[in-house]
Design a protein around this ligand. Structure first.
Ligand code: 3HC
Ligand code: NAI
Length: 704
């Protein structure tokens, strides 16, 4: 609920505004703020005004939720409030603490003076939403700190400590505490000094300078190349140019026009979707945020392989002691060495202080005995992907772990409910599906078993935040959300090779679409043997599923990817580039001949449609089955774990943007292709239903 309160300190009116949790400037706040400022201006007993946020923070800016409804333009809009502040005949001082971002900073820039806590975070992060500061930020900030500094602040979007601007006209005073108190003192002094004269305004300063044009020219070239898919950076440069070359009023009009143009771009819609999707992912409808959590002060990891060691590093980085358990000394030593190497590498690159690396290393206790780990608050199993081995490990964990310990599995495909069933405490069992490299990748799929207790889920979600992961809840199924969808994507990628598209052409089309890497480069990086192993198991479980055999043939040659010096591409030692492989070209040609396919030219559009719509169709099944809680969770899985282009908002957002009617139509078109799995392109019933009703995945009611 929005509240604005005015108090008096002598002749200074202190106006405090707030809308928890971040004091965004929605309509109710704007209305109350405008009324309070107008009242203070009109009050003959008031000589100056202090503008401060409630709850220890100034403001996170415009209420982003209003962007979708158009509520942001309803009067008084942010421009109206800022104009009221800037035009006040009595001096207004902004008192800044906590965060002061976007429209919040623009409001402060409208004030005549600013006092900030030195550590307050200030910035204009609109670019991260595909926008530019649209309430005067591009016009006032360069007038206060110069065009070059303003360019850095606005293009990066990064919040920085106020003290970085010490000595600039942005802040009149930096304090360690009580900014409202310091602002009140300043306000009273300025009222006396001005003695009724108009207070100074940012708009009256100039941003012009001889170096501005070459600077902006250079910025245009760089931004055009670095952010080709993003329209905001170039428009930000245009707006800054207007600040330096046009009158304030004209510059403001230019900014407004550019802001309006950006607001309707699919890129901005996608980035705003991603902002809310990331925050929604942490919420579980039937597990309220008030659910008590279990303390996690120590952890044990079973298996010191690729994943076990990466997972251990996450805990060590968070200051949580870790027991690392292996079956044999050799494997244990190798795992410990891998962790030490990772830290040594970070120290060498200057990313970690040697003392911190040492302190983290000391939190690690390698062991070969289950006797050591029983007291840990959570144990994460990361042994071979083999149900019999996992069942054995969990039987032992059930016997040795203390009551209340969380028993987690890092399995990527196996049935968590089966694993839980071998214990006498299935409620304590949860899946924690980290992604490789586990110490780097942001995504964590938290797998909710049939019996997983609510407090175990709540604790795991909180732990994810401690480990700096983005957690998404998934139900139990083969591959969970991400890998289950990926299977369909990879099946299409391999069918495309069969039909005539070369791996390099498929990768290039995907990368042009915006994927960080195409499917073949990713497979070479992750290891082609992983998929081979999974395909062999699935072929036994689902013998009816149609697959291209080309990837199996590649693996039969031992071409597992970068680690073996060759996969879909050739690799040279010490060189990360992928080179075309004659062996693979010959293998593919022979394979096409063996299956009787005459290769055809496949367009980039077909490649992208088939790969992305394969994800979308499986995503729709996953949503309908309740494996994912909401469509936006699927988007977050793909944005944070699979390199899906952020500017497209994730596969479900992308499909919504195209329109599900058009998506279903295209799938039916693709179904006419006689090659591959004949049932593949049957649109999921959820797509058909939403297409018929004009609905979308991410709108309310997308779930059956
Ligand atoms: N509008 C609406 N809701 C917002 C918001 C905003 N500007 N900023 C945060 N929220 C909401 C979040 O969605 C979340 O809601 P939930 O509890 O329902 O999930 C809640 O506030 C708390 O947010 P976080 O979980 O992100 O809390 P943190 O403490 O981790 O971070 C923050 C706080 C640094 C302020 C971070 O929320 C943030 O960066 N917010 C966005 C800031 C931003 O982009 N401002 C520019 C807005 S655009 C603008 O001002 C246009 C203008 O130029 C015209
Ligand atoms: P890995 O083969 O690198 O490591 C497994 C380790 O477990 C080996 O060091 C092995 O000695 C040890 N181990 C085997 N049986 C054991 C037992 N009974 N007790 C203790 N240790 C035992 O395998 P990786 O890649 O680390 O995978 C581990 C798990 O993580 C698997 O379930 C896998 O599916 C999953 N996973 C793997 C990902 C990857 O990209 N490698 C990504 C996400 C999940």
């Amino acid at each position: 609920m929005s509240t604005v309160e005015t108090s008096r300190s002598g002749s200074v009116a202190v106006v405090r505004f707030g809308e928890p949790p971040v004091n965004s400037l929605g309509l109710a706040t704007r209305q109350a703020l405008a009324a309070a400022i107008s009242a203070a201006i009109a009050d003959p007993g008031v000589s100056a005004i202090v503008l401060a946020g409630r709850n220890g923070t100034f403001s996170a800016g415009a209420d982003i939720k209003e962007f979708a409804t158009g509520g942001m333009i309803t009067a008084p809009n942010l421009h109206d409030v800022i104009a009221l502040v800037a035009g006040s005949p009595k001096p207004i001082v902004a008192a800044i603490e906590g965060t002061c971002l976007g429209g919040g900073l623009e409001l402060a820039l409208g004030a005549h003076y600013r006092v900030a806590v030195a550590t307050a975070k200030v910035g204009l992060p609109e670019v991260k939403l595909g926008l530019l500061p649209g309430a005067g930020g591009t016009q006032r900030l360069p007038r206060l700190i110069g065009v070059e500094n303003a360019l850095n602040v606005i293009l990066s979007g990064e919040p920085v400590p106020a003290k970085l601007f010490a000595g600039s006209a942005l802040f009149d005073a930096l304090v360690n505490e009580d900014p409202a108190g310091a602002a009140t003192t300043l306000a009273a002094a300025k009222a006396g000094e001005l003695a009724g004269k108009a207070p100074p305004r940012a708009r009256d300063r100039s941003a012009a300078g001889p170096l501005v044009e070459p600077l902006l020219g250079f910025a245009r070239t760089t931004a055009g190349a670095a952010y080709a898919a993003y329209p905001a950076p170039l428009k930000i440069i245009d707006a800054l140019e207007a600040a330096a070359t046009q009158s304030f009023e004209d510059g403001l009009a230019t900014e407004r026009q550019l802001f309006a143009e950006l607001m309707v771009t699919p890129v901005s819609r996608a980035l705003r979707h991603a902002f809310f999707a990331e925050r929604a992912a942490s919420k579980i409808p039937d597990v309220p945020e008030s659910t008590p959590v279990r303390p996690i002060a120590s952890a044990a990891i079973i298996g010191a392989g690729t994943m076990g060691t990466g997972i251990a590093i996450n805990f060590l980085n968070a200051g949580i002691p870790v027991f690392l358990l292996e079956v044999g000394k050799e494997a244990l030593d190798k795992g410990v060495a891998r962790i030490a190497d990772t830290y040594a590498g970070q120290v060498k690159k200057g990313r970690l202080k040697p003392a911190d690396a040492e302190a983290r290393g000391k939190l690690l206790t390698p062991t070969l005995s289950y006797d050591d780990i029983g007291g840990a608050d959570i144990v994460i199993e990361a042994v071979f992907e083999d149900m019999a081995i996992k069942e054995k490990v969990f039987t032992t964990l059930d016997a040795v772990m203390k009551p209340g310990a969380i028993l987690a599995s890092n399995t990527s495909t196996l049935d968590l409910d089966r694993i839980a069933a071998v214990t006498k405490r299935p409620g304590d069992v949860v899946g924690t599906h980290f992604f490789s490299p586990a110490n780097i990748m942001k995504l964590l799929e938290v797998v909710r078993g049939k019996a997983t207790a609510p407090d175990v889920l709540a604790t795991t979600m909180k732990l994810a935040r401690t480990l700096k992961k983005t957690a998404v809840v998934s139900g139990v199924c083969d591959g969970f959300i991400g890998n289950r969808m990926l299977e369909q994507y990879l099946r299409q990628a391999l069918f495309l090779v069969d039909e005539g598209a070369d791996p390099a052409a498929i990768d290039a089309a995907c990368e042009k679409f915006g994927f960080a890497m195409g499917p073949f480069r990713v497979s070479d990086l992750a290891g082609n043997d992983i998929g081979w192993h999974i395909r062999k198991r699935r072929a036994l479980e689902h013998p009816d599923v149609v697959y291209s055999k080309i990837a199996d043939k590649l693996c039969e040659l031992g071409r597992f990817g970068q680690k073996t010096g060759g996969g879909w591409y050739d690799y040279k030692p010490g060189d990360r580039n992928a080179y075309p492989s004659k062996v693979v070209a010959d293998l593919i040609a022979a394979h096409r001949q063996a299956i009787g396919v005459t290769p055809r030219k496949v367009s980039s559009r077909e490649i992208v449609d088939r790969l992305v719509f394969a994800l979308v169709n499986e995503g729709a099944h996953i949503l309908a089955e309740g494996i994912a809680q909401r469509a936006s969770d699927i988007d977050i899985v793909y944005l944070t774990g699979y390199g899906f282009p952020v500017f497209r908002g994730g596969p479900m957002c992308y499909a919504d943007e195209i329109g599900l009617y058009a998506v279903a139509l295209r799938m039916r078109e693709l179904a006419r292709n006689p090659y591959g799995d004949p049932g593949f392109w049957t649109p999921a019933p959820l797509i058909e239903r939403l297409a018929a009703s004009g609905g979308s995945f991410n709108s309310a009611g997308a779930r059956p």
